[in-house]
Design a protein around this ligand. Structure first.
Ligand SMILES: Nc1nc2c(ncn2[C@@H]2O[C@H](COP(=O)(O)OP(=O)(O)OP(=O)(O)O)[C@@H](O)[C@H]2O)c(=O)[nH]1
Ligand SMILES: [Mg+2]
Length: 305
């Protein structure tokens, strides 16, 4: 049996090393006084968990009156992990709760390079597991490589793909794709969008246009809008959520590249600030490297020893 918790542990190894080393250095090599607690708070902020979470964690640590002679590391890490779990548990979005449609249209948002196309491939594999029919819409018509990249994924996971010429209207590709998906009885249509346009305004306008056009065929579409965030970008992910929330309702977050960063605590900051559901985590470039979000596994893996 594949041990999923182990995958979380591996994927979060860099982040957890940062926390366990940082906390140990601060707590177990010093006398615990107000000064140490302030340093602890500062360390947590630098580790991207967010100002508020850092403050609350500091209070928790101060409440237990840490005595390095009495308290052990396990106990301290558990306080942290349980705190993270409390915040993230209500945000866990189950795959079973992906809104049903005929098909379910999933619009994928995110700025350039965060891992949209790769995540669509991996997501398609998970959703297609019990014989469900998947079609991708190559609505990133901005770059030639974007379409071929999505084609490779479609082939790899046995999905269909609808595309158009480079430079053509992304909204028309989305329209054509939904029309095709309905006529051919697909279960899921996953729409890839451009992360890189001339400027941010264009990107947001294009995105809105795609949504509008999909609604012409199915007023309920897109059933889901997933925002892809790159964990390695740390704080900038916060701004991205803010920007996209202005133009659309995000129904799920997928955070990618956790395997490549010590900044995994950013998910805590995002969860606390936006309370947006979290669907899955990307922990590698391969097709099986997307994992359904599990708040217990994430919290424990973040504070593993
Ligand atoms: N290590 C690691 N790399 C990832 C992960 N997800 C995506 N990548 C890599 O990140 C890079 C960018 O991924 P893309 O899927 O092309 O990103 P995108 O958002 O579609 O990019 P644009 O189309 O340019 O906006 C690729 O090299 C991916 O292999 C992940 O979870 N872990
Ligand atoms: Mg892409």
């Amino acid at each position: 049996m594949v041990n999923i918790f182990n995958k979380f542990r591996l994927g979060l190894a860099k982040s957890s090393k940062n926390f366990s080393t940082g906390l140990s250095d601060l707590i177990f090599k010093k006398k615990i006084d107000e000064n140490t607690l302030n340093e602890l708070e500062e360390f947590l902020i630098q580790s991207d968990v967010g100002v508020e979470a850092a403050k609350e964690l500091k209070e928790k640590f101060s409440d237990v009156k840490i005595d390095p002679k009495k308290n052990d590391q396990k106990q301290i890490f558990k306080i942290f992990a349980d705190y993270a779990y409390e915040i993230l548990k209500p945000l866990e979005k189950n795959f079973e709760n992906i809104k049903k449609g005929k098909p379910s249209v999933i619009l994928v948002a995110g700025v350039n390079g965060v891992g949209k196309t790769t995540t669509i491939g991996k997501l398609g594999k998970i959703l297609g597991q019990d014989g469900k029919k998947i079609v991708f819409a190559a609505a990133d018509t901005f770059r030639a490589a974007a379409v071929s990249q999505l084609e490779v994924w479609a082939k790899r996971i046995n999905a269909s793909i609808i595309k158009s010429e480079i430079g053509s209207d992304p909204a028309s590709v989305a329209y054509k794709s939904l029309d095709y998906a309905i006529k051919n009885n697909f279960d899921y249509l996953i729409v890839d969008t451009a992360g890189r346009l001339q400027n941010k305004k264009n990107l947001m306008e294009e995105f809105k246009k795609i949504t509008k056009v999909l609604k012409k065929i199915d007023p309920e579409a897109p059933q889901e809008t997933f925002l892809i965030l790159d964990a390695t970008t740390g704080q900038s992910a916060i701004n991205q959520v803010e920007e996209f929330k202005k133009i659309t309702k995000i129904t799920g977050i997928i955070m990618t590249k956790l395997d490549g960063t010590a900044k995994g605590g950013i998910l805590l900051a995002i969860g606390k600030k936006f309370e947006t559901p979290i669907l899955a985590l990307g922990m590698g470039e391969k097709e099986d490297d997307l994992h359904k979000f599990n708040s217990r596994y994430f919290s424990d893996a973040l504070m593993q020893k």
